[in-house]
Design a protein around this ligand. Structure first.
Ligand code: B12
Ligand code: SF4
Ligand code: SF4
Length: 426
């Protein structure tokens, strides 16, 4: 039984099939030869740190590539399981400046996140996998219809974490069987900086919008990582191809880039609509427009997308019912209906209350006074997060007299300070 560790999970892979056993034995045998010729202590064999560099690197890598394709990944690349001090220091600065907002887990895991070998000292190699989620339609076009809510491309179907995690476990199980090495798989949730690793492995470069850009797939790649104690020959890092371009910096509706290659998450619509649990500060509400979950603007405008390809993954293609749902229908969803509509999608993870908060802001930005009737019931919602945005949306839609009449009818019974502040608007 080989154990594949996935964050804190452990998954067993049986290697009883004769073919698998045969390959494992061959790999282990050659691994021992490699260790002897490279003069490494035999103790390494027992700790499963097998050095394939000299005798097995090419064949193992070729087979790894083929296997990854078979497991449904679009690209993989390999680098050492450590990041340089500059990258770690930049992460430290990001957190020290508070740019992570209320994602407290970034601060809590800071030291381990700075480099993979800080999290797992025995790790030698990082295998970075990429899954193309290139959209069929131009995401910027979807912003034009203010009567519809826009869910960002990555959340228009199944949750990519689930898709990638399953495949990573499969690939890692195969690798463990081939090498006898220890493996751990990561997608998003563990303290690991996936973009700098992908850059270092040559899958692309971190563009000025801070995400990984690929010459082959543009901005549309999801990432995942396998760390292993096996030593596998690294690929060459990619170079930066942003040049003088600054399209992503200029398009950002909330001015979230303090400088090229730096993001202040607190200003990013993706953070505000997905991660941020409190009220969305007023300065960001109008720029949010009709984006109700995530944002794609800086990704979509990148000129390297002209080489992008539509995703070959059916589970990532936009569901028709999520491609342009009307705000009218979205705000009418009861909690059970919300859960049903977004079952399996990342939207569900943000929860019903944040969803209502975001849809109410989109309604406030719709310019459609006809929607004001649909939001009145939320003035009495038990959550102040929802009530506050219902007031704000009404303020945006109603003529002043009508807003004041509604205020007179509701304000006396309101006790929450934040909601009262919304009512007290001129
Ligand atoms: C936290 C997080 C967020 C936060 C913060 C984003 C951010 N840019 O840090 C929020 C919620 C805003 C977010 C949003 C999105 N995210 Co996100 N997110 C993450 C997560 C969990 C950690 C990222 C991280 O470590 N950030 C910390 C900062 C400091 O790291 P960094 O961005 O690498 O910072 C580097 C640069 O700033 C640079 N730098 C700093 N100063 C300077 C100066 C110079 C001169 C230079 C050259 C460089 C430089 O060095 C830093 C260190 O390398 C990763 C998954 C993971 N575990 O890695 C996914 C991840 C980055 N997210 C992803 C996605 C898809 C998104 C969204 C597109 C989703 C959406 N459509 O709404 C947006 C994109 C917004 C954007 N422009 O970044 C993908 C990106 C895939 C890719 N191709 O890059 C990832 C990798 C998830 C995955 N497994 O696929 N995300
Ligand atoms: S995702 Fe949207 S809000 Fe965030 S940095 Fe990019 S363009 Fe700006
Ligand atoms: S839009 Fe321009 S600056 Fe931004 S990542 Fe793409 S190439 Fe780089």
């Amino acid at each position: 039984m080989i154990v594949v560790k996935c964050g804190l999970e452990k998954v067993g892979f049986s290697r009883r099939s004769p073919a698998c056993l045969r390959e494992t034995k061959v790999a282990l045998f050659l691994g021992v030869v490699a260790i002897r010729t490279s003069g490494r202590p035999v103790a390494d064999v027992t700790s499963h740190q097998i050095d394939y560099k000299r005798s097995m690197a090419k064949p193992l890598k070729d087979r790894l590539n083929a296997r990854a394709r078979k497991d449904g990944f679009d690209r993989i690349a390999v680098c050492k399981a450590s990041l340089d001090g500059v990258t770690g220091a930049r992460l430290k600065d990001f957190v020290a400046m508070g740019r992570h907002g209320d994602m407290a887990w970034m601060q809590d895991t800071l030291e381990r996140r700075m480099s993979p070998d800080a999290m797992w000292p025995n790790a030698r190699t990082a295998i970075v996998v990429a899954l193309n989620y290139g959209p069929e339609l131009d995401p910027l076009k979807r912003l034009e219809d203010r009567s519809a809510g826009v869910v960002s491309v990555y959340a228009l179907n199944r949750d990519y974490h689930e898709i990638i995690k399953g495949r990573l476990k499969q690939l890692a199980g195969w690798l463990a069987g081939q090498t006898g090495a220890e493996v751990k798989v990561f997608v998003d949730t563990a303290p690991l900086m996936e973009k700098p690793l992908a850059h270092q492995a040559g899958l692309g470069w971190q563009g000025k919008h801070t995400n990984l850009v690929s010459r082959e797939f543009g901005s549309w790649l999801f990432l995942g990582v396998i760390l292993t104690t096996a030593q596998i020959e690294a690929d060459l890092p990619e170079t930066d191809h942003c040049g003088q371009c600054r399209a992503c910096l200029d398009i950002c509706p909330t001015d979230a880039f303090p400088a090229p290659y730096q993001l202040d998450a607190r200003r990013c619509i993706s953070y505000l609509t997905i991660e941020h649990k409190g009220h969305i500060p007023e300065e960001f509400r109008k720029p949010m427009g009709n984006r109700i979950f995530g944002c794609d603007d800086c990704l979509a405008v990148c000129p390297w997308n002209k080489f992008a390809k539509t995703s070959r993954e059916a589970k990532l293609m936009a569901r028709q019912d999520l491609a342009g749902p009307t705000l009218h229908d979205l705000i009418a969803l009861e909690e059970a209906e919300f859960r049903k509509l977004f079952a399996g999608s990342p939207v569900r993870r943000a929860g019903y209350l944040r969803f209502l908060r975001n849809v109410l802001i989109a309604i406030g930005n719709s310019g459609d006074i006809g929607l004001s009737d649909c939001i009145r019931k939320y003035l009495l919602h038990p959550s102040p997060l929802v009530r506050a945005m219902a007031v704000w949306a009404l303020h945006e839609l109603l003529p002043r007299r009508l807003f004041e009449d509604t205020r007179d009818a509701h304000m006396a019974s309101e006790h929450d300070q934040d909601v009262l502040k919304e009512w007290q608007r001129a």
